[in-house]
Design a protein around this ligand. Structure first.
Ligand code: PMP
Length: 406
């Protein structure tokens, strides 16, 4: 099938929206992506036709949502090529998925004096949960650095690993630097010492086809809202050997086998980790998003976005005084920069008033800002519904903003 940008854009009615009297151009897709009509309709269908609590009732509506909810588990399994559906757990998002692993894994496997390794370019969601756990367990965190081009220095990993290393957590794509990290190398080094690896896929899953078996990661996490699905839903893939050995994260309905005041036994995976009523509407919406992306084809999405990002970098490079953060040989659709000494926030504010949405600030990755000794960057993050024309207009607007603020 041809990549038909006109047809694709029609699926996203929000792209027609005018703000401040002009069509709004949205380049903040790494924060959250727009949703196609197919997702909106799937969500509407639940509220107008089913709305039964899954797994709980013998009645028609509950059964219907159970079937649709569980079908999404199969879709996610296929989407990331997980070995089995039981290894897919629905959460609230990447943040909750990482917190789940940090808490439950550490309960079983991290003890006083142990070590956890993360990278210097992690989002706070892949730093703070580990810090909380390490504080509680009296363990320590070690950090894989990146160089000034934004390249993860994997060659430093062997010297960071010790007998005490219990888990390594790294991102596949940096939400600031846009670098696509060689996580297979990290995993190979870690597995030589039988250390499990968690991969943060929050900025990867919407851009790159994922195969967790080929990657051989032990955990893989992502959010639905960055994958053109609803908010409030995310996934955790974990290898069965780890998930079976980890205690539950949250207690409540559905995660139990038998409850009595003399003791409670827990359900099998994935249910052991899905306490309470799940976000079934959002999960079903996520299923519609995956169907939609599959109907376009991930190869096409990747190539289109890569070309668009290369074009954007080339056009942005014509701006005097621009400085990019993240210039490795494998860059994604995320582009961070500053221009001269203009504060990113000022640029963002002016751009907004000209009807362009970009993200400014530290992007929840303060260690990356510390590395470069900057307060923040402007971040352009592209989706497959963006166009070269939008980039041309953006660069023209940015040139005006720079002239105004210089
Ligand atoms: N990791 C990365 C790399 C991210 O970009 C984000 C979102 N900005 C997160 C984790 C957290 O995702 P969420 O807020 O959807 O839980």
């Amino acid at each position: 099938m041809k990549f038909d940008i006109k047809a694709i854009r029609k699926d996203f009615p929000i792209l027609e929206r005018e703000v401040y009297g002009k069509r709004y151009i949205y380049f903040d897709n790494a924060a959250t992506a727009f949703k196609p009509l197919q997702v909106l309709k799937a969500v509407e269908k639940i509220y107008t036709q089913f709305n039964g609590n899954p797994h709980r009732g013998a009645h028609y509506m509950s059964n219907q949502t159970t079937v649709e909810f569980e079908a999404v588990r199969d879709k996610v399994q296929q989407f990331i090529n997980a070995p089995s559906r039981e290894e897919i757990i629905f959460t609230k998002g990447t943040t909750e998925s990482i917190n789940l692993v940090a808490y439950s894994f550490s309960e079983a496997f991290i003890h006083e004096g142990d070590e956890v390794i993360v990278s210097e370019m992690e989002h706070h969601a892949n730093i703070v949960p580990w810090q909380i756990v390490c504080e509680r367990k009296k363990a320590t965190i070690k950090v894989i650095p990146f160089d000034d081009s934004g390249r993860l220095m994997v060659e430093k990993l062997p010297e960071l690993i010790s007998e005490k290393t219990k888990i390594i957590a790294v991102t596949l794509v940096s939400n600031v630097l846009g670098a696509i990290n060689p996580v297979e190398e990290v995993i190979a080094i870690a597995h030589e010492k039988n250390i499990p690896v968690l991969i943060d896929g929050a900025q990867a899953v919407q851009h790159i086809a994922i195969d967790v078996q080929k990657m051989d990661c032990d955990f893989f996490v992502f959010s639905g809202h960055k994958l053109y699905g609803p908010t409030g839903v995310g996934c955790l893939y974990g290898k069965r050997q780890w998930l079976d050995a980890m205690p539950p994260f949250l207690g409540g309905g559905e995660m139990i086998e038998k409850v009595s005041f003399s003791g409670t036994t827990f359900n099998v995976i994935p249910y052991k980790f899905e306490a309470g009523t799940p976000n079934f509407t959002e999960v079903i919406g996520l299923g519609a998003a995956i169907d939609y992306l599959n109907s376009i084809g991930f190869d096409k999405i990747f190539h289109y976005e890569q070309e668009l990002a290369d074009y954007a970098r080339m056009k942005l490079d014509t701006i005097d005084g621009i400085r990019f953060f993240g210039q490795t040989s494998h860059q994604s659709n995320v582009i961070s920069f500053i221009v001269n000494s203009i504060h990113p926030y000022d640029m963002g504010m002016f751009l907004d008033k000209m009807s362009f949405a970009v993200r400014t600030g530290h992007h929840c990755a303060e260690p990356v800002m510390d590395h470069f000794k900057i307060p923040g960057t402007v971040r352009v993050s592209l989706a497959f519904y963006n166009t070269r024309d939008e980039i041309d207009r953006f660069v023209d607007a940015l040139k005006k903003v720079v002239a105004m603020l210089s």
